[in-house]
Design a protein around this ligand. Structure first.
Ligand SMILES: Nc1ncnc2c1ncn2[C@@H]1O[C@H](COP(=O)(O)OP(=O)(O)OP(=O)(O)O)[C@@H](O)[C@H]1O
Ligand SMILES: [Mg+2]
Length: 502
């Protein structure tokens, strides 16, 4: 490609204490280019892109943007220069409207005689929302009224509201369902057609192959290679990211569908309008039950009802052991259930606490000394060190604050939190979202181990291959209703499944 150079980065370095997040990074991005940026969790993708977007400062190195030296002082300053970013972590501000979120930090552009012209702000916000294909989100709505996906869409609106030349999309698509993804792909296409550029970060290698013209691989802060369409392949990407060959499929190899007939959990006729209606479900001992469908099919809410976070309008959830009816999540924890939410930053970790405090939180009961009720710091440390190793959490040590970790490593903390508890029933909502390919394989292995120990897992997933690859049984949902069940089978393919979800 010999289009005009848009951004050129040279010798960029960045460290956090003893962690070297970026080492002598050189990257050139041309107009019209859709550049993928890939690498394992903690390899430096967000660090690099947030420096380009003005969110933090490099230690050394230089940038040239559109032929001129570029040193953004802030994200707003970067936007003025034509660089916008949709950040990986939840980036909307609660308690204010959609419009205020879209123009956060730039409201003075709508100032006249010292007064903010709210009519103009709202109109401009609505225009952006319509323009990106989300007219159902209105400028005057309170951001808190929106669900996770729609809030992400507001962030997209904010990023494109300045009509940037370079749009950075950091791990956004894996947080989005069909609607949001389509919206992003349209946007990317438009950027390409208008001779602008996109820096696209994702762990979904198929998606990267579809979307990008070129893909740059980072490993431990160092650029390993840049592939173009002529040599791009999933195998090569995996190998370059991880630094070793990952062979074969990482899903479970067995197909004999082994789990007992013993029922451990049963939901009868549960409904939560408008999300889902009259769902019956049983979970067996040692079973991996996959719940699949589009993101808005109700399956995420089913998970919440099973765990007692949401109260169903009708029906009940019962555990066989002790014949307990689950009515809230405290009860669920007490009866050895675990739940990993899809919306992990919001529901699942305490960002301002250490890895260790987060990991031991749900396990406090089991590591309390029986007699004194005292929690030994040594046992806390042992448990957290073990989880850091099992999940290969990239960190300095267990004392490091969770907020300092890369996105994927935060998610591993959430997972460890629950794995440490020795739960009998685990409800995992999109467990591998944002997790790199190497660790994904480890997580699947972990699920298999749990299964072998007789634990039961409900895995809610939007990825059909993962459902087919890992489940003993798959229940599919469409528009809030159960649509089809499949038993584990070697011959089951995506094609068989897809007609029952759309
Ligand atoms: N504010 C911070 N304080 C300390 N360390 C940090 C901070 N931000 C990032 N790091 C470290 O820098 C390294 C690179 O992190 P970065 O967030 O760029 O990874 P990433 O490639 O985006 O990973 P992921 O795929 O998990 O999002 C990690 O080791 C991370 O822990
Ligand atoms: Mg990141």
């Amino acid at each position: 490609m010999d289009n005009e150079l848009l951004l050129s980065a040279r010798g960029v370095n960045k460290s956090f204490g003893s962690t070297r997040a970026l080492i002598d990074v050189d990257i050139d991005i041309r107009r019209g280019e859709i550049r993928g940026l890939i690498g394992e969790n903690g390899s430096g993708k967000s660090t690099f892109s947030s420096i380009v977007a003005g969110a933090q400062k490099e230690d050394s190195g230089s940038f040239v943007l559109k032929g001129e030296e570029y040193h953004p002082k802030s994200m707003v300053d970067a936007q003025h220069h034509g660089v916008s970013m949709i950040i990986q972590e939840m980036g909307t501000i609660g308690g204010i409207t959609v419009a205020s979120n879209i123009f956060a930090g730039r409201l003075e552009e709508f100032q006249k005689f010292g007064l903010l012209n709210w009519k103009a702000i709202n109109e401009a916000a609505d225009k952006v929302l319509v323009d990106i294909g989300a007219p159902e989100i209105k400028s005057t709505m309170l951001i808190d009224q929106l669900n996770f996906e729609d809030r992400k869409i507001v962030e997209i609106a904010r990023a494109v509201s300045t009509d940037p030349d370079l749009l950075i999309i950091d791990e956004t698509t894996t947080a989005l369902a069909t609607k949001g993804r389509r919206l992003i792909y349209n946007l990317i296409n438009r950027m390409h057609e208008r001779d602008k550029a996109v820096l696209f970060i994702s762990h979904d290698l198929d998606e990267l192959m579809e979307v990008c013209n070129t893909i740059t691989v980072l490993r431990d802060g160092v650029i390993i290679d840049t592939l173009d369409r002529s040599n791009m392949s999933i195998e090569l990407m995996r190998k370059l990211m991880v630094g070793r060959e990952l062979v074969g499929s990482y899903y479970r190899p067995d197909f004999d569908g082994t789990c007992s007939d013993e029922i451990v959990l049963e939901a009868k006729q549960i409904s939560l309008r408008p999300n889902f209606m009259n769902v019956d479900l049983v979970l067996h001992k040692g079973e991996i039950l996959g719940l699949g469908g589009l993101s808005d099919c109700g399956m995420h809410e089913i998970g919440k009802v099973l765990y007692g976070i949401e109260k169903p309008l009708t029906g009940e959830v019962r555990l066989t052991k002790g014949n307990v009816k689950i009515t809230d999540s405290v009860m669920a924890v007490e009866h050895n259930m675990a739940y990993v939410s899809k919306d992990r930053d919001k529901e699942s970790v305490i960002l301002n606490a250490s890895i260790q405090s987060n990991v031991v939180l749900p396990s406090l009961r089991s590591i309390k000394k029986k007699v004194t009720g005292f929690i030994s710091p040594k046992r806390e440390k042992t448990l957290s060190d073990k989880q850091i190793e099992v999940m290969s959490i990239k960190c300095r040590n267990g004392k490091q604050l969770v907020k300092e970790l890369s996105g994927g490593n935060k998610q591993k903390v959430v997972f460890s939190k629950w794995l440490g508890t020795d739960s009998d029933i685990l409800i995992l909502d999109c467990p591998t979202r944002g997790i790199d390919v190497g660790v994904k394989a480890d997580m699947y292995k972990l699920m298999m181990d749990l299964k072998k120990q007789g634990k039961s897992i409900i895995m809610i997933s939007e990825e059909l291959l993962e459902l087919i690859g890992m489940s003993d049984r798959i229940m599919l949902f469409k528009d809030g209703k159960f649509s089809k069940e499949f038993m584990r089978s070697e011959s089951l393919s995506e094609k068989d499944v897809i007609e029952y979800i759309i």
